[in-house]
Design a binder for this molecule. Structure first.
Ligand code: ZN
Length: 108
């Protein structure tokens, strides 16, 4: 029988990694916004941070392993476009387990 299990540590890790990657970009954006640094400096830093955040998110999403059998599970379909508070889940066909990582699509 299919069952849903929680793997919220993965969701927490994902959010932490995103925050670490995004913070230099947000700081650059703020610094550029108040004129502390030129946009020629802030712009590329923001761009680099954005790219780092995107690459890190894809890498993390492709690294989730089933907590039962240890199989590498494919990322949820169109997880990056998830919205309406849809839960992001990984499904292990072998174990018939759905892993709820505690992440939700945005409402934007
Ligand atoms: Zn499994």
């Amino acid at each position: 029988m299919a069952q849903t299990r929680r793997a919220h540590a993965f969701g927490a890790k994902f959010i932490t990694v995103m925050a670490i990657c995004a913070s230099p970009g947000l700081m650059a954006l703020a610094a550029g916004g108040v004129g502390v640094v030129s946009w020629w400096v802030a712009g590329p830093i923001f761009g680099a941070a954005l790219i780092a955040a995107i690459l890190a998110s894809f890498k993390l999403m492709a690294s989730f392993r089933c907590g039962v059998c240890g199989s590498l599970l494919p990322p949820p379909k169109r997880w990056y476009a998830a919205h309406d508070n849809a839960p992001l889940v990984f499904k292990c066909k072998e174990c018939d387990v759905t892993w709820d990582v505690g992440l939700r699509g945005s409402n934007d």
